[in-house]
Design a protein around this ligand. Structure first.
Ligand code: FNR
Length: 185
């Protein structure tokens, strides 16, 4: 394993399709990538007043981001945008001013939805923030996973062969993206 990838999942629920997709991506990933899902559920809401005495959860999260070589984001779409918990994580990681933990880390975005617009709105709102926090984000292949309800079995395993093949190719492209753009810690 040569590259540590922080996986950030924008849904907190146990049966999340984004979480199931994250686990599928981890299983399908090339050898050189070591992936770990970060916990964003307990990050206090960002508040500039707390910057002088930052909560431990913020500091730990920032450390985890800084130690990653690359970033893999999975997001549901909430009201045509990203869930607040994911936006909060981005905001927490971007501060204090001048110490943006995301800076320069190569990333990729996957959106997963039970609907058929496949989280397009969230996928692109997320990319808008990633431009500003300077995460060079893989352009192609894009990953829009629609109608997620039918893709997994009752144990949460990915059972759709074409999705499996697509996600395998996606991870090969992401490995290439990370090896090209990572600045080793
Ligand atoms: C949704 N959902 C949703 N789906 C979509 O395609 N576009 C949308 O704008 C929304 N908006 C939305 C808002 C809120 C508050 C919730 C709770 C849900 C449905 C969403 O795709 C579905 O709940 C997914 O299953 C969420 O992803 P996880 O939790 O399965 O990963």
């Amino acid at each position: 394993k040569n590259y540590n990838i922080a996986v950030i999942v924008g849904s907190l629920r146990k049966e999340s399709y984004n979480l199931k997709t994250a686990n599928a991506l981890i299983a399908l990933a090339p050898e050189s990538l070591s992936l770990e899902i970060l916990d964003i559920s307990d990050l206090p809401m960002f508040n500039e007043d707390l910057e002088a005495t930052p909560p431990n959860e913020w500091e730990e999260f920032r450390r985890q981001i800084r130690s990653a070589d690359g970033l893999l984001f999975l997001t549901p779409e909430y009201n045509r945008s990203v869930p607040a918990v994911l936006k909060n994580a981005i905001d927490v990681g971007s501060r204090p001013y001048g110490q943006n933990s995301w800076n320069g880390k190569p990333g990729a975005v996957v959106s997963v939805s039970i609907g058929n617009i496949s989280g397009f709105g969230a996928n692109h709102h997320l990319r808008q923030s990633l431009v500003f926090v300077n995460v060079p984000t893989m352009a192609q292949p894009e990953a829009y996973i629609a109608e997620a309800t039918g893709l997994f079995d009752e144990n949460g395993s990915l059972i759709n062969d074409s999705t499996k093949s697509f996600l395998t190719d996606f991870m090969v492209a992401f490995e290439q993206w990370v090896t090209t753009h990572a600045t080793k810690n």
